[in-house]
Design a protein around this ligand. Sequence first.
Ligand code: KG4
Ligand code: ZN
Length: 342
Amino acid sequence: METKKDVLILAIESSCDETAAAVVKNGREVLSNVISSQIELHKLYGGVVPEIASRKHIEKINQVIEEALETAGVTLDDIDAIGVTYGPGLVGALLVGVAEAKAIAFAKNIPLVGVHHIEGHISANYIENKELEPPFLCLVVSGGHTHLVCVKDYGEYEILGRTRDDAAGEAFDKVARAIGLGYPGGPKIDKLSKEGNPDAIAFPRAHIAGSEYDFSFSGVKSAVLNYINGCQMKGTPYNRADIAASFQKAVTDVLVDNAIHGVKEYGLNKLAIAGGVASNSTLRAAMAEACAENGIEFYYPSPIFCTDNAAMIGAAAYYEYLAGTRHGWDLNAVPNLRLGER
Ligand code: KG4
Ligand code: ZN
């Protein structure tokens, strides 16, 4: 009997401030996952500077790919397809990965599979949860995106809700800056919150009338800034840990409410989380508790697969590859690519 051949994908991710490459076997087995982060560089400016990001990607990408191949113990001759993020993201940053992927695929005469960054984040859940299969609901919370997505099948998505203004991670970063924690703020708020009281300050929980799955975080962000201004004007001291914990609770309450509501309404029994903010300890704990109460199976990636990485792109590329997705040499970076578009 003929045995089914393994599919090895070399995946590349460069949509924001991480230059990453990974080798993934059959979509779920990560043979290597190399990430070169530019965070230290962008910290100086309090956020990602697009031009600097692009230049740094160019400097790092070859080295990162070589390391990914070496760690996996393979060469380009063993690779069956190249997966690459082609949107959404910073156009100059995306272009570096796309150009590199096209060059390798052309030189080696192997298929090129463009991947949507959010599809990558969602697929991060397949890596450590070998039994997870669609359909399930996924809450994608990152620095640039906040989406509640029904994963109907591999590569088939329905967006239930999204943010009307700031992304969840963006709100974390802005509040962190307001209380003097620096960039990126999410992990710092997460840490400082452990010393604070989440019920100390009543920050608003935005529920949007008529759009039960949409999110809005600009209100809670403004409430934090107003609270700090108020304290400063009155000359009263404020407790940064209490602010962090109360803000974090306000955000997670809404994320949990909408996600659980969505799972029930859509008649599903599985919920996954993805994206940088999915590594938040309060969100993970609150979601786990709500899922347990409601008989919902809860899935979440390890923190290293939550923030930007190429292993998740390899997982997504595998299912696109199986579905027959092939991109041509005209593949371009699409900064505002929509989920589900090919
Ligand atoms: O997914 P990601 O690496 O990049 C995007 O695709 O945007 O997400 C980065 C975002 C940043 O806003 C960062 O502050 C946030 O994820 N983040 C966190 C935590 N770790 C990273 N937010 C809250 N708690 C965390 N532990
Ligand atoms: Zn991301």
